[in-house]
Design a protein around this ligand. Structure first.
Ligand SMILES: NC(=O)c1ccc[n+]([C@@H]2O[C@H](COP(=O)([O-])OP(=O)(O)OC[C@H]3O[C@@H](n4cnc5c(N)ncnc54)[C@H](OP(=O)(O)O)[C@@H]3O)[C@@H](O)[C@H]2O)c1
Length: 252
């Protein structure tokens, strides 16, 4: 299948593991060069780089905390030096504090917001500084917790709601400058992130049972939607949140 993505250059934040890793490898399948951002786990990022190169695309490691403006600036400088430009930004890295309301502090809330929502601002600003592509593509990865209440998910859910709102506002403001901004939101995916959920087993079982499509969402399901939004087939899709949840959210 030719999606006409060959030779494009993408940064995927948080692509050393989980969904970000699968997005990076999926883009590489279509010969997109991928800058792999990670924060702590270099060995995992190096393994992703090897897998990207095995698919015939270029890989670049860019270490940095997306919530730190200086780190973000440095990441984009490194991409500029290596590749001279960038065509796509996939903002996937996320973290956050999972606690019941009574245990949640403002510090937890700020920390979660900084990584999951506010980081989009410097990321997109740096991306626009670097990119001279006719069509500049931004895809943010969100979660169902932005629009539904999930136990222990107050801070992360609120951060994802803010992220989705930013996607709409940036899409509207930046479309005249050739920037297409969208989000992909997913239901429960069994990645390392789930290990931090105090209620992991219940969450997985409930998701399985309530999903009309009959199975959990896999990282590849999310990556497929991201790749679609990166193609010219999505050229008139702006400011949308594409839900990948097997129908979970449409059930009463
Ligand atoms: N898993 C789910 O059920 C689910 C559902 C819906 C949406 N999502 C969304 O999908 C995205 C990926 O989630 P996941 O489950 O794949 O997560 P994950 O397995 O925990 O992986 C997180 C990735 O983000 C990186 N990262 C974490 N904090 C970072 C920071 N401050 N700066 C830069 N990189 C950072 C990690 O790198 P290091 O290891 O190097 O720190 C890792 O590569 C997130 O936006 C998440 O909200 C997940």
């Amino acid at each position: 299948m030719d999606l006409r993505l060959r030779g494009k250059r993408a940064l995927v934040t948080g692509s050393s593991r989980g969904i970000g890793r699968t997005i990076a490898l999926s883009l590489a399948e279509f010969k997109v060069d991928v800058a792999i951002n990670f924060f702590r786990n270099r060995a995992a990022a190096e393994e992703v780089a090897r897998e990207i190169e095995a698919r015939g695309a270029r890989a670049l490691l860019v270490k940095g905390n997306v919530a730190n403006e200086e780190h973000v600036g440095r990441m984009f400088d490194e991409i500029e030096q290596a590749w001279g430009g960038l065509d796509m930004l996939i903002s996937n890295a996320a973290s956050g504090v999972l606690k019941p309301f009574d245990d949640l502090t403002l510090h937890h809330f700020h920390w979660t917001m900084d990584i999951n929502a506010f980081a989009l601002l410097p990321l997109v600003q740096e991306f626009l500084r670097l990119s001279s592509s006719a069509e500049k593509i931004v895809v943010a990865v969100s979660s169902l917790g932005a629009i539904r209440a999930i136990p222990n998910y107050t801070a992360v859910g609120a951060s994802k709601a803010a992220l989705e709102s930013m996607v709409r506002h940036l899409a509207s403001e930046l479309a005249p400058r050739g920037v297409r901004v969208n989000a992909v939101s997913a239901g429960t995916v069994d990645t390392d992130a789930l290990k931090h959920f105090p209620n992991r087993d219940t969450l997985l079982e409930e998701s399985r049972q309530r999903t009309p499509a009959g199975r959990l969402i896999e990282p590849q399901d999310v990556a497929n939607a991201v790749v679609f939004l990166c193609t010219e087939f999505a050229s008139m899709i702006h400011g949308q949140v594409l839900l990948v949840d097997g129908g979970y959210s449409i059930r009463a």
